[in-house]
Ligand binder design. Structure first.
Ligand SMILES: C[S@@+](CC[C@H](N)C(=O)[O-])C[C@H]1O[C@@H](n2cnc3c(N)ncnc32)[C@H](O)[C@@H]1O
Length: 165
């Protein structure tokens, strides 16, 4: 029940205001240009153009090979709790997919950092549109051993595709 855990009898859904720390410079002007579906590879290079007032926050970022980029699906309106992703012909819950149509339209992309030039991070692996607002950047660190990862319906969809069913 939204709000019921909040102190002082406040009973409302909290909203969070966020500001962009920068914008994505991407070769993709339209969603149709971005590779989708099984086996899609994100090889495009782009730039994370950080606003001057946040540049100091990039100090020491050069040492990391990969970054998490947290961003906004700013061209999307509305959401769907169930959807059929391009990787499958079956429906799945939005929180079990990477659908752009989410109640909180937040995108998450892992990119490879190629180089930094002042407030600009040149990266490999963008899947965002030109002008996408960036909310945050964090170094990519994964402590989950590969053998413990499960890929749920996606692994099943890939297996079905391979076997032709
Ligand atoms: C399937 S989502 C995955 C994005 C991210 N890697 C994630 O997992 O959150 C990628 C798709 O989002 C769409 N997209 C990219 N940037 C967008 C933006 N700024 N606004 C709306 N849709 C966008 C494009 O159709 C792209 O193919």
């Amino acid at each position: 029940m939204p709000g019921s855990f909040w102190p002082l009898g406040i009973d409302c859904t909290p909203m969070f205001e966020m500001q962009p720390i920068g914008y994505v410079r991407s070769p993709y002007g339209e969603t149709a240009q971005i590779p989708k579906g099984c086996g899609a590879k994100h090889e495009a290079e782009g730039v994370l153009d950080i606003l001057p007032e946040f540049e100091e926050g990039l100090t020491d970022i050069e040492g990391f090979s990969h970054l998490f980029v947290i961003w906004v699906f700013h061209k999307v309106e509305g959401y769907a709790l169930l959807g059929r992703p391009p990787t499958d012909d079956r429906e799945h819950g939005v929180f079990a997919t990477r659908s752009p149509y989410r109640p909180s339209p937040i995108g998450l992309t892992v990119v490879q950092l190629i180089r930094r030039e002042g407030p600009r991070l040149y990266v490999h692996g963008v899947d965002m549109l030109e002008g996408t607002p960036i909310l945050d950047i964090k170094p990519y660190l994964s402590s989950v051993p590969a053998e413990q990862l499960r890929r749920g319906w996606l692994a099943e969809a890939e297996a079905r595709k391979e076997s032709g069913n």
